[in-house]
Design a protein around this ligand. Structure first.
Ligand code: NAD
Length: 385
């Protein structure tokens, strides 16, 4: 068996002789397996323990990933494993309380999305973080494919001109059975529908490239699923730069796609994927007269002719974890720390605020007194269709 395959322990690996980062996982369900696999063989990482209230699941996870420090409660894990970092892979409603527990114990937190259920919870956690750690960061893995980094750098360099228009569509399909898991599809446990739980990845990438938003007008609907939350939202978002975006979040779309398109003055950059992209999923179309500059900055495959970009890492958990570990090695803040996660959560909150309150929403409308600050549906159970 090759190192890095399932059943092999996560290799600490210490490129610069520094001790590996001791990592524990809370919640050993679906996504935890992706975390453990992504950590496997990553230099500088050592998976040291896990916790889950479900004993059989925890035991199976321990056996698969060769972990013996297993606990049925987070407090026990924190005390025994003394991790530097906890990956929170529990259901969303637990993130706030469990992150608080970890931070109070001196362990940094890398929380699965959504980081918390509300802006209020995020702001409360901010008080427990410190610049040198412990810190709180969110898993938004689509920032970490090489193409996203290239696009952000080019957008900042001026090569592409001003951003004018963007499309950010998360058109996924989840049948009714998907919502049988008790925490799904409810405001108090999932915090929202596809806007909060699915499209948040694409919206985070949209914001990563275009920056702060300025105005939102949106609708949310329950078209077909028996859920408390929306199963569809549609928003028009104006960014501080003046760029306008169409944002669609759906779990009703049989032909599934995650589609992002950026129309800059000098070229269109677009990606179509589902749960993760590679370099070759991106396409660049220069505007007339800008071919040379744009294609020099972002070479396109040309059937064996001409320059090509070397293929970089695809988006995914492993790419983000590598970036987190690199930041820790450099004693820098890891990517997607709390203030940065807050920007994406405020975009989500803005969509709900407009959908439930009606009309145009600006960031200043989402302060502590705003209904959508404490809960994404703004305590608007009147939202019945
Ligand atoms: N980044 C991504 O692409 C991605 C994909 C899927 C899910 N997620 C997120 O990951 C998180 C988990 O989702 P999932 O699909 O793995 O859910 P899941 O239900 O499969 O797993 C959650 C696990 O947490 C355990 N748990 C519940 N209460 C606990 C407690 N008090 N302490 C410890 N463990 C506890 C459950 O027993 C379960 O094993 C959610 O926030 C979800 O939105 C992210």
């Amino acid at each position: 068996m090759q190192p890095g395959q399932a059943g092999q322990p996560v290799q600490p690996g210490q490129p610069d002789g520094a001790p590996p980062v001791r990592i524990a996982i809370a919640g050993t369900g679906n996504i935890a397996g992706v975390h453990a696999a992504a950590l496997r063989g990553l230099p500088g990482a050592e998976l040291v323990g896990a916790a889950d209230i479900d004993r059989p699941r925890l035991a199976a996870f321990g056996a698969e990933h060769r972990l013996t420090d297993l606990h049925t409660d987070l407090a026990g894990l924190l005390a025994a494993a003394q991790p530097d970092l906890v990956h929170l892979c529990t259901p969303p409603a637990l993130h706030f309380e469990q992150a608080g527990q970890c931070l109070a114990a001196g362990a940094s937190v890398l929380a699965e999305k959504p980081p918390t259920l509300s802006l209020r919870e995020l702001d409360l956690l901010a008080d427990l973080t410190r610049p040198g750690g412990p810190w709180f960061a969110t898993v938004f893995q689509h920032r970490f494919g090489s193409a996203a980094g290239r696009l952000r750098a080019l957008a900042g360099s001026g090569v592409l001109g001003r951003p004018l228009l963007a499309i950010c569509h998360t058109t996924w399909f989840r049948d009714q059975a998907y919502f049988d898991v008790p925490w799904r599809g409810r405001w108090q446990t999932e915090g929202g529908g596809p806007t909060m739980g699915h499209g948040i990845h694409q919206m985070d990438l949209l914001r990563y490239v275009l920056g702060d938003w300025a105005e939102i007008s949106a609708i949310a609907r329950r078209q077909a699923r028996r859920t408390e939350t929306e199963d569809l939202s549609m928003a028009h978002v104006i960014f501080a730069s003046g760029a306008a975006a169409s944002v669609v979040n759906s779990v009703l779309s049989p032909r599934e796609e995650s589609y992002l398109r950026f129309d800059f003055e000098h070229g269109t950059v677009e990606v179509s994927h589902l749960y993760g992209y590679r370099d070759e999923d991106w396409r660049v179309t220069p505007a007339p007269g800008h071919e040379q500059a744009v294609l020099a900055a972002w070479p396109q495959p040309t059937a064996g002719r001409g320059p090509q970009s070397p293929a970089g890492p695809p988006s995914g958990h492993r790419a983000q974890f590598a970036a987190v570990l690199a930041a820790l090695r450099d004693r820098a803040a890891p990517p997607v720390t709390l203030p940065d996660s807050r920007g994406t959560m405020s975009l989500v909150a803005g969509i709900y605020a407009s959908a439930f309150g009606g009309g145009l929403v600006r960031p200043a409308d989402l302060g502590p007194a705003a209904p959508c600050y404490g809960r994404m549906d703004g305590l608007a159970p009147g939202w019945e269709q």
